[in-house]
Ligand binder design. Sequence first.
Ligand SMILES: *Cc1c(COP(=O)(O)O)cnc(C)c1O
Length: 392
Amino acid sequence: MLAIHGGKPARETYISYGQQWIDEEDINTVVHTLNSPYITQGPKIEEFERKVANYVGAKYAVAFTNGTAALHAACFAAGISEGDEVITSPITFAASANCVRYVGGVPVFADIDPKTYNIDPTQIERNITSKTKAIIPVDFTGQPVDLDPILEVARKHNLVVIEDGAHSIGATYKGKRVGTQADMTMFSFHPVKHITTAEGGMIVTDFDEYARRLKLFRSHGITTQNLSKDEGPWYYEMVELGYNYRMTDIQAALGVSQMSRLDEFVRRRREIVSIYNEEFSKFEAVTIPYQLEETNSSWHLYMITIDLDKFTVGRREIFEALRAENIGVHVHYIPVYLHPYYQHLGYNRGLCTIAEEWYEKALTLPIFPKMSDEDINSVIQGVNKVLDYYSK
Ligand SMILES: *Cc1c(COP(=O)(O)O)cnc(C)c1O
C-alpha cells in the first residue's frame, strides 16, 4: 500500500534531493582558520581561488559571498548596463536572470533543446537584437551546454559569454573541464552543489581585465592601483560603485578542504546515475536524462520526465505520493519568466513552449555523494512502487 494511503513508506526517514558531505578533515581545516589571525581577507581566499583555477585550468578565480553575487559581478565586469539585453535559459534558477536585472539589463529567454533541456543555440541566434550584449548559458543538471555553436554566435555578434556552471564543476565539454571555454564561468558552493562553503560562489576567467573588474566589484569598487593622486601611504580610491561581496576565510578554508574530494564526489554521482538509468529505463513512461556525446556531466541533479498520458493521475499526485514515501523529490525549475516578478514585467506565458511543456512533466530525484547504497535502493523502491501503482 502506498504511504499516502496509510501504507509503510519506502524509507523510514526523509531523504532530500541534495545534501553536503562534511567530514572531520573539513571541520579541522575550518577550526584551524578560526584559530588563525585572519577569519576574513586572509590567505585562505587566495588558496581556494588558486585550487579552483588550477583544477579547471583557468588563469584567474575570484571568490564571492555566493553564486548569485558572482553572477552580479560578472554582469558588471562584462559591462552590461541599463537596457542591454542578455539571453539566458528559462529552465534555471532565477539568479541566472536576476543578475541581469541587478545591472539594469533585460533578460531575454531563449527556448531549450527538448533532449538536453539546455538552451538551444539556434534559439539564441533568433533572439539577438542590436541591444544584445551577452549570453548566460546554463549547464543544467550538470551537463555542459553545447558551447561551441554558442561561442560562434557570440563571436559573430561581439557578445560576452558568462557560463552559469552552478551545476557543472567537474564536468567536461569536448574533453575540457567547464571553466575554460566561456569568457567567464560561475560556480556555486551552496550545500546542495558539488562542493560547499555553506554559501559561496566563484568566477573563473582567463581575462586579466575581467579579473580586475571582478575584484573591484567584490570590495566596494575600492582600489590602490593607478590612483589619480597620492595623498599618502593610507590613500586609496573608490572608483566604481562596488559591493561587499567578499567570502570569509572560514568559508574558503572549507572550500580548500572540500576541493580535495571533488573528484570523488563526482565519481559517486556518476555511479548513482548509472544505477538509476538502468533501473528507470525499464519504465516506458519515464525518460531518463539524455547526454550529448561531447559532454560528461557532473550530475548536480538527476531529472526524469514522466509521460503523463500513461498514468492515472497527474504529476502533482505522483510527487505527493513520493514525498509520502519519504523521498525528497523536487521540480527544477519553474520557467523563470513564469514567476510573478517577471510576469509583472510583461513576460508572457507561451514565450518558450518547449520549456513550459517540459516543466509539466519534470521530476527531480535525490542524488548526492553521501547517499548510501541502501538510500539508492530505497529511492528506486519508492519510485517503482508509486509509478507502478499509478500506471495505466
Ligand atoms: C545555485 C544556483 C545559482 C546561485 O548560486 P547561489 O550560490 O545559491 O547564490 C545560480 N544558478 C544556478 C543554475 C544555480 O543552481
